[in-house]
Write a protein that binds this ligand. Structure first.
Ligand code: KG4
Ligand code: ZN
Length: 332
């Protein structure tokens, strides 16, 4: 079975083709960074308009690379939520219309669930595993026992880790989106130079909190020491505070669950220090760490096409009432 996947939940318009036998045939992402960077964050209305402009060329390109058209495609999968409703509706309406016109089944996919299974596009991983989903909107731990057996273990009480990176980058004047900029700058810095706080939340070990860290950075930057500190050292020390908590809590969750396998997912899983640290710590503790390539950590339609193919081959197409939703059943 060959499935066209479409993703438009936030600020990336993406399309991909996944084939049960041949694997991933194409994976196209059109980013909107240049549209939103002047505002320092995603402007929902502009995101929807940009999706409308990009959806046709992005889908056409994904189909062309996969040398596929109406004859070859057996079904269409699309992100139904969670995300910005206006953005989601562009992909959803396009997918439903195309499926209707081509007389193919359509399947709505949850964006978080798609991130959690993206690892299978590249690696064989046994279940159960503990997954850390870290992105601009989410920082959550899950126990995954199988395709439809996902248990939420805990999440952030305030900011998501990606949001913390983006806000810190803004404070440091590094532009938008900030995660990649901090990652790059931190490579030249001393990560032990400044002891930013780590919120371990001992009473609630599977939960996260990054708002105190954000405030601490703001206070530090306004202090005499902060005003003269090297940006590289600040970035590296801030990043280490985020990474240490993410890696530490994920390993602790794996231990509590008695599962010696961890999978990372979401945009922040592209962070080079997080990848390095969790592999080091996991190696020391005998826990296997599985990392998707960076392009499959950040938003993409390959993960949507993959999950859609699983669903559609199991005869689980969506009905005509398929609609967009803002909050996921996987967030709690
Ligand atoms: O999964 P994603 O592409 O979109 C959401 O569903 O949110 O994640 C985007 C987030 C942004 O906050 C971005 O700053 C962060 O992932 N990010 C990174 C890196 N690459 C992307 N954060 C830290 N280091 C990176 N290398
Ligand atoms: Zn995402």
């Amino acid at each position: 079975m060959r499935v066209l996947g479409i993703e438009s939940s936030c600020d990336d318009t993406a399309a991909a083709v996944y084939d049960s036998g041949e694997g991933l045939l194409s994976n196209v992402v059109a980013t909107q960074v240049s549209v939103h960077e002047a505002y320092g964050g995603v402007v929902p209305e502009l995101a929807s308009r940009e999706h409308i402009r990009s959806i046709v060329p992005v889908v056409e390109q994904a189909l062309a690379i996969a040398k596929s058209g109406r004859e070859e495609i057996d079904g269409v999968a699309v992100t139904a939520g969670p995300g910005l409703i206006g953005s989601l509706l562009v992909g959803l309406c396009f997918a439903k219309s195309l499926a209707f016109a081509w007389e193919k089944p359509v399947c709505g996919v949850d964006h978080l669930e798609a991130h959690l299974f993206a690892i299978f596009l590249e690696h064989r991983v046994d279940v159960p595993y503990v997954a850390l989903l870290v992105s601009g909107g989410h920082t959550s731990l899950f126990r995954v026992d199988g395709a439809d057996e996902v248990t939420f273990l805990g999440g952030t009480r305030d900011d998501a880790a990606g949001e913390a990176f983006d806000k810190a980058a803004k404070q440091l004047g590094l532009g938008y989106p900030g995660g990649v900029a901090i990652d790059r700058l931190a490579r030249q810095g001393d990560r032990l130079r400044f002891p930013f706080p780590r919120a371990w939340l001992a009473q609630d070990p599977a939960s996260f909190s990054f708002s105190g860290l954000k405030t601490s950075l703001r206070t530090f930057l306004a202090s005499p020491e902060g005003r003269t500190a090297r940006a590289e050292d600040i970035a590296a020390s801030f990043q280490e505070a985020v990474v240490e908590v993410l890696a530490g809590k994920t390993l602790a969750a794996a231990k509590r669950e008695g599962i010696p396998r961890i999978v990372l997912a979401g945009g922040v899983a592209a962070n080079s220090r997080l990848r390095e640290r969790i592999e080091e710590d996991g190696g020391r503790e005998g826990v296997g760490v599985h990392l998707p390539s960076r392009a499959l950590c950040t938003d993409n339609a390959a993960m949507v096409a993959f999950l859609g193919e699983r669903r559609l081959s199991g005869g689980r197409a969506s009905g005509p009432d398929l609609n967009a939703y803002a909050a996921s059943r996987f967030s709690r």
